[in-house]
Design a protein around this ligand. Structure first.
Ligand code: ADP
Ligand code: ADP
Length: 228
């Protein structure tokens, strides 16, 4: 499994600095959590890894290779991004999960829909599995959106998982369902989580505390708590 390393990375959007000499490592097969106030630069790390942006300074590497030296399709094929924002609002459920793939059997589709508990809110799915007529992305609730992006990620057997935890509160049932699906999803992958809840970071192997574009602290949960 690949390691993720950022070395002295600086990035500004126009004149606004988002990252200022950030250095961090996400260990292979482990879960690394990013915490920090809104605007600290957490999402920018995901944008760098998937090359939506490039840094003005420093190096971003996956498996020891600079992402700028990798073929873009190969690079993006390494990542699954679980984020409510990654849903296509005008597309149906099936399209949102398959994203144009034609190599997925109905049995596979059914299995991930079950595993991500999408079936819980699609009572008619069993009759024919025709999600083409299901609700469009924009018609889904926050918890339902998360289940759909989780189902999509379960179909993609990628070595790296980028999770963006929902900021909005989920109802208790959705929280539980999303949690168990995510636990299954993160196993055996290099996982980076943008965390908004204390319950999330408790299980992480490492927590990186970010502040205004820098990593200001890192360590396991108990160590960070002890330090205050
Ligand atoms: P976080 O995910 O921790 O909330 P971000 O990485 O989204 O932080 O943002 C870091 C900084 O960069 C913030 O000041 C934000 O306003 C700015 N920023 C993020 N994306 C853009 C963008 N596309 N254009 C301009 N500024 C941006
Ligand atoms: P593990 O520690 O088992 O590897 P992760 O660190 O990947 O699990 O995720 C830990 C927890 O983070 C999940 O069980 C869940 O509570 C929370 N979490 C992560 N991403 C999301 C998300 N997109 N929506 C809701 N909760 C999330």
């Amino acid at each position: 499994l690949p390691e993720i390393t950022l070395t002295d990375v600086s990035l500004s959007y126009g004149s606004a600095a988002a990252l200022r000499g950030l250095t961090l490592t996400a260990e292979p097969g482990k879960t690394t959590a990013l915490v920090g106030a809104s605007g600290a630069g957490k999402s920018t790390i995901y944008n760098l890894l998937t090359r939506l942006v490039d840094p003005q300074k420093g190096r971003v590497a996956v498996g020891g290779v600079d992402v700028r030296d990798m073929d873009l399709a190969t690079l993006r094929g390494l990542f699954s991004v679980v984020s409510q924002d990654a849903l296509l609002f005008d597309e149906t459920l099936r399209e949102n999960i398959l994203l144009g793939r034609t190599d997925v059997s109905e049995a596979q589709l059914k299995s991930v829909l079950d595993a991500a508990h999408v079936t819980d809110f699609l009572p008619n799915l069993a009759d024919g599995l025709d999600t083409r007529v299901g609700p469009r992305g924009s018609a889904l609730s926050g918890g339902q959106r998360q289940r759909v992006v989780i189902a999509r990620a379960l179909l993609r057997d990628t070595p790296i998982l980028l999770l963006d935890e929902a900021t909005s509160a989920l109802d208790a049932q959705s929280e539980k369902v999303v949690q168990s699906a995510l636990d299954r999803l993160s196993g055996g992958r290099t996982t980076l989580v943008i965390a908004h809840r204390l319950s999330t970071i408790r299980n992480a192997d490492k927590i990186i505390v970010m502040d205004r574009g820098r990593a200001v602290d890192a360590g396991p949960h108990d160590e960070l708590l002890a330090r205050g």
